[in-house]
Design a binder for this molecule. Structure first.
Ligand code: NAD
Ligand code: UDP
Length: 388
């Protein structure tokens, strides 16, 4: 229920805001819209080219928040209505991006345009109109860790200063240009630098968010069900798809890369704190992740297999995983981040925020959702005779 007596972290009343949310129809946007509608009095001007993931918030005019959310089908590449919406809002949140690794090396131009060029007008309109901006970047701007260049048996590899990623200290380490995987990270890094420079030279009030593998319901798509059959989503949806179809989970290059996964609902709490505490969030770059949930991709596959068996009641496959080369899976130009542990000092100090949900628990609720949402559709798709 929306409350009119919300207070910020310093005890001051929070006035209702109008938020222009670009990319509101995506995974993160849909959860943020839900949170804003159910727990705050803020208004959302939801901008996207799709709205399937927020339809449940838009359709029934009887919903208690119907007058606080409106959908604007706008492609920010070329639509003059964008500036008007940014002017109407107190705050703009930019989530729009191409952000699936399978696209970075196969559609590098689209990736660079989407993550850098298309974001330019958003930054410009915010700066020129004196509007606050929360811009979504990525943990991938850190690239590889310093530690991965040390010999495999070096004891320094265990030293956190060689792998923990800190907003104000860590370098950004990308591979060579022909490893087009880094087109995304590089475009995101440049837009971060531009936002930062607008802050420094023109007084733009900004916050930059670096998500570390946020996962949960509604992430990406299941190929052949609500997305293209040949599409390659991010790892949660790839592995969910394999589990739903009772196929082995594909481990790219042995599944040795490490990731820290955070439950989307924990991460959204952090974003809400940024929205409602501008004095503490402005001018900062925040890592948002869960350093306690680190696994290799192989361990993720093993855990998802167990959790899925528990929530679906189906037995585990005899051969739950299969190795596949990155060349075969992603094509030429793929490369990988070896390890991603977020340092939490800054977000903890500024916003007092910490993640809560364990990897097992977040997988249990997410895979329950995947099973409920897709199992029947997959069964039907498998049964459907192939047209001759
Ligand atoms: P998503 O793909 O689900 O959402 C992005 C949304 O932006 C989509 O709904 C898409 O239709 C929209 N969009 C893209 N181009 C657009 C355009 N030209 N005009 C209008 N709308 C457009 O992705 P997400 O996971 O919700 O990610 C949101 C942001 O967070 C992105 O900037 C991404 O780079 C960043 N991020 C997310 C994660 C994560 O863990 N989910 C990790 C790192 C960074
Ligand atoms: N990955 C994998 N099998 C898959 C999909 C992804 O082994 O079916 C690996 C991928 O190579 C990467 C990790 O899982 O090492 C995470 O991939 P994701 O697509 O979620 O994005 P990233 O974390 O690299 O941005």
């Amino acid at each position: 229920m929306a409350s009119s007596t919300r207070v910020d972290l310093d005890g001051n009343p929070i006035k209702p805001l109008t938020i222009c949310m670009i990319g509101a129809g995506g995974f993160i946007g849909s959860h943020l819209c839900e949170k804003l509608m159910s727990e705050t009095p803020h208004k959302v001007l939801a901008v996207d080219v799709y709205n399937d993931k927020i339809k449940h918030l838009l359709e029934p005019s009887t919903l208690p928040f119907a007058d606080r959310i409106s959908f604007h089908r706008i492609n920010i590449k070329h639509d003059s209505r964008l500036e008007g919406l940014i002017k109407m809002a107190d705050l703009t949140i930019n989530l729009a991006a191409i952000c699936t690794p399978a696209d970075y090396n196969t559609r590098p131009l689209d990736t660079i345009y989407s993550n850098f060029i298309d974001a330019l007008p958003v930054v410009k309109y915010c700066s020129e109109n004196g509007k606050r901006l929360i811009h979504f970047s990525t943990c991938e701007v850190y690239g590889k860790t310093i530690g991965c260049f040390l010999p495999k048996d070096s004891p320094l590899r265990q030293d956190p200063s060689y792998f923990v990623l800190k907003e104000d200290e860590s370098p950004c380490i990308f591979g060579p240009i022909d490893k087009q995987r880094w087109s995304y990270a590089c475009a995101k890094q440049l837009i971060e630098r531009l936002v930062y420079a607008e802050g420094a030279e023109n007084g733009l009030e900004f916050t930059i968010v670096r998500p570390f593998n946020w996962i949960g319901p509604r992430m990406d798509f299941i190929p052949g069900i609500d997305g293209p059959s040949e599409g390659v989503p991010r790892v949660l949806a790839c592995f969910s798809n394999n589990l739903l179809r009772r196929e082995p989970l594909k481990l790219v290059d042995g599944g040795e890369s490490q990731r820290t996964f955070i439950y989307i609902k924990d991460a959204i709490e952090a974003v809400l704190l940024m929205i409602e505490n501008p004095g503490r969030a402005n001018g900062h770059i925040f890592n948002v992740g869960n350093p306690n949930n680190e696994v290799t991709v192989r361990q993720l596959a093993e855990m998802m297999t167990k959790v899925y068996s528990k929530v679906s009641g189906e037995s585990e496959l005899e051969t739950p995983t299969v190795d596949v080369s990155s060349q075969e899976f992603y094509g030429t130009g793929y490369d990988d981040s070896d390890k991603r542990i977020p340092d939490m000092t800054i977000i903890n100090k500024q916003l007092g925020w910490n993640p809560k949900t364990s990897l097992w628990d977040l997988l249990e609720s997410t895979l329950t959702y995947q099973h409920r949402t897709y199992a029947e559709a997959i069964k039907q798709a498998i049964l459907k005779p192939v047209a001759s």
